[in-house]
Each structure stands twice: as C-alpha cells, then as structure tokens.
Design a protein around this ligand. Structure first.
Ligand code: ZN
Length: 449
C-alpha cells in the first residue's frame, strides 16, 4: 500500500454523503446484544463487504461470562383507556428497555411509573436503557410524555421473547502479505442511535471495502459484535488469533462534530499509539489524546491483562461527554457527513502509516555517507519537494540505528511520513540501509524491507 492510496483524492462531500446514507439506512433496525435486529445489521454490512456470521449458543461459557439468552421483540406499547398508544415501540425502538421480558396486563399509572425511564434535564429526549443481566421490563419515554399521562388504568404490552438462542457476531477478514493482523472492532448492539455506533459501523464498512482494492501488508480483521459480551465471546473463541494481532483499533462515535480523539492502548507505547498520535498531530486539527482507562468500550476486554493487546480507541467526542449520548437526540441530524468523512480519512492515514512503517540500520554509520556521489541528491530530483526529501534522508540515516522506526523519526523530526518513507526507499536502493528487526516488545514482528 502506498502512502495516500486510501486517504488521498477522496471527494469529501460525496464520501460524507455515502457514509451518512449508510447510517440512515441502518438507523431504524432494532439492534441488541442478540437477536434478529443484530443479525439484520450484520447482513446489511455483508451486502457491502464479505461478512462471516458466527453464532454462540446461549449458555456457552465465555471466561467468567455466560452467553445470554436471545432477545427478540415484535411490538410494545402503553395504551390508555381510550385505546390510544401513548407510548409506542413502533414510533421509536428506544421506547422499550432493552431486553425487557414480556408482559401484557392492565395497571395503574402509579405502578407503570415504577417501570418508566426519562431524562428530566432533556424533557423531549428518550433515554436509551437496557437490562441485559437482570430480568425486568420497562419503557423509556420523554419526560414531557410522562408528565401528560393522566391518572387511570393503562394496558401495558411488551411482545418480546427471551429464550435460548444464540449471540451473533460478524467478522470480515481481508488477508495481507503477512499473517500479522490489524484488528478493527466496532460494537453493533445499540438500537436507533446514530453516532454510537452506526457512525463507526459505516466508517469500518467503507474502509474494509477500500482495503480490498489495495495491496496489503497486514491481514485486516473487522469485528462487528455486541459491546462487551461480543468482544468477550470473540476473545474466548480466538485466543490463537489474538496472538497475531499486531495493531488494533476500536472505532466508536465517529460522526459528531467534535474533534477527533484517540485513547491509547493499555501498553501506552504501541506502534498504533504512536501512529494515531502522529496522524492526529499532523492533521493540524484540534484533537485529544487520552491515556488508557479500564472503562469505555471494548478496550476493557482487548486490553485486559491476560491479553494486553495493542488496541487503542479512535473516536470523536468520547462516550458520556456529549449530552445527546445514549438518547434519542443521538439521531441522524447529530451525525454530520463532513465529520464521518474526516474520520474516514484520518483512519485511512493511520492505516497507511502503519503499513509503511519500518525499522532500518544505517550501513554507513561512521559520519555521513556521501550522497552526491551516489546520485541521491538528484535521484529524486525534479520534484518540488526535493529539499524536503534531502532533509528526510539525513534524518533517516541518522536515526536508523535499529532502535527507531520511521514513525519514531517522523514524530521526532516532525517531517512528513511520506517523505521519510520515500527517503528510506531511496537509501535502501542505494544499499545505505538494511531492514532491522523491530525493537518493540511484541517480539516476532516482521518489518517491511
Ligand atoms: Zn453506547
């Protein structure tokens, strides 16, 4: 993969529109951590890229967890005495507490209220609430809706089914020249919420589609799974594959208009940490780099001490830091085409840099080699950026001591990574450099030569 092959020449407007249309298309599906909604989502992704669906039967032990029962829902409502649906699942799938057990009976407003969830500070928004591991039922509604319900008797119906079935996740594996893998993981379990996490499902799908069309060094594995239990299920069933993960990113909340952010892996010094930091710094846009914490998305699982994988989290505004988070206000208007396209381009750059990184050894380390007699000052002449390439050669020669990767040199020099890659290629051709084993802690990492 060449630098720029994924990220450059994107028509940002049409890319943003394309990504937003995917989010719109998928928005109405009632996803959950199991069930037909989740399967439908994976099938829709599968229409764009090859997705293998895996089913983990209910009751399967997954480390300290057990695969939950499968939940499906057809309908739900609260009906007043006049026969009006005053709360209606058909109007918005957030109206039902996720994983609600079935119920159908009449009750007083007072009793109903004990099963109602609202957001008093945002009286027109429906909250997103679930109860996966405690069997109960409930409705989520706007505070304004609740306030207008008169005393009386209400018919409450949740036509759901909680029974033995399976937990589903989808994988798309795009083989590369190396067995070493780059994992891209996004949770697929939220119902009608756009930023969290249809934005990331759309960006991941589009990047997987683009990766299929370019030569790849790494094998890319895309995982679309329910949050937490899906990542736990995948790790429990793929410990051998997990050992091949050289770099990884969790994608979430990629469509809001806040700045890009990156949460480091638990290791804190992985190549993916350096690379994401470099790309966000180089973008010239406001951004935030955060240290690892053991809460948030599936970094909790991938970076648990028994795995400690080099997996960071690429986002815009982190979860819980925007008011619309986990509410009906995380809708199609909240997600912006320009933000989706910008997230795509930055992710593409991260992939390009990782693909082109390498560690080298200067074969003429005692004083500078004479570049002129090797034609290196002119070998790449005729380009307007010749000076930048000469500078890049000096940096690559000086720091190629087997301990610094091109990415390290890029961060230290603040030079463009593409120029450093071109300089290293010219120096390799002139036999002034040789590939060196990577110095990092992952051991067997094979580097580009
Ligand atoms: Zn969420």
């Amino acid at each position: 993969m060449r630098i720029g092959e994924l990220s450059a020449n994107q028509d940002i407007k049409s890319l943003g529109g394309e990504l937003h249309r995917l989010v719109e298309d998928w928005f109405p599906i009632c996803r959950s951590i199991t069930g037909e909604g989740l399967r439908e989502q994976l099938r829709r992704i599968g229409a764009a890229i090859p997705v293998t669906m895996h089913e983990v039967p209910s009751g399967t032990q997954l480390f300290d967890w057990t695969t939950p029962k499968e939940w499906n829902i057809r309908d739900a409502y609260v009906m007043d005495e006049a026969g009006n649906r005053v709360v209606d699942f058909q109007a918005h799938n957030l109206h039902v507490l996720g994983y609600s057990v079935p119920i159908k009976r009449a009750m007083s407003l007072e009793e109903l209220k004990q099963h109602c969830f609202t957001l008093p500070d945002h009286a027109d928004w429906i909250p997103y609430r679930t109860s996966y591991y405690k069997e109960q039922w409930g409705f989520c509604l706007t505070q304004r809706q609740l306030d207008t319900l008169p005393d009386g008797t209400y018919e409450v119906c949740i036509d759901s089914r909680l029974a033995d079935g399976a937990l589903t996740y989808g994988e798309c594996v795009i083989p590369g020249a190396e067995e070493a893998e780059f994992l891209i993981s996004a949770h697929a379990c939220h119902p009608s919420l756009a930023n969290d996490n249809l934005s990331a499902l759309a960006v991941a799908t589009r990047i997987a589609s683009a990766l299929q069309r370019v030569a790849r060094r790494y094998t890319y594995r895309f995982l679309f799974a329910p949050g937490a239990i899906g990542a736990i299920a995948w790790l429990a069933r793929n410990e051998d594959v997990a050992r091949r993960i050289r770099h990884g990113l969790i994608l979430a909340c990629l469509g809001d208009s806040g700045p890009s952010s990156y949460k480091r892996s638990r290791r804190g010094n992985s190549a993916i940490d350096a690379c994401a930091t470099y790309v966000l710094e180089q973008s010239g846009h406001p951004h935030e780099i955060m240290d690892f914490t053991p809460y948030g998305y599936d970094e909790r699982q991938y970076c648990s001490p028994g795995f400690n994988l080099p997996v960071g989290c690429f986002m815009r505004t982190p979860p819980g830091r925007y008011a619309e988070y986990h509410s009906s206000a995380d809708n199609l208007e909240f997600v912006k085409p320009a933000a989706l396209a910008d997230s795509f381009v930055k992710l593409a750059r991260i992939i390009e840099v990782i693909e082109n990184d390498g560690v080298y050894r200067n074969l003429n380390p005692k004083c500078e080699p004479q570049l002129g007699k090797r034609g290196l000052y002119t070998a790449i002449g005729g380009r307007t950026d010749t000076k930048a390439l000469e500078m890049a050669m000096l940096w690559v020669l000086n720091f190629s001591d087997g301990d610094h990767s091109l990415l390290d040199i890029a961060r230290r020099s603040r030079l463009d990574f593409g120029n450093l890659r071109a300089a290293a290629d010219a120096l390799l051709d002139a036999r002034l450099l040789e590939p060196a084993p990577a110095p990092d802690s992952t051991g067997s990492q094979e580097r580009r030569n």
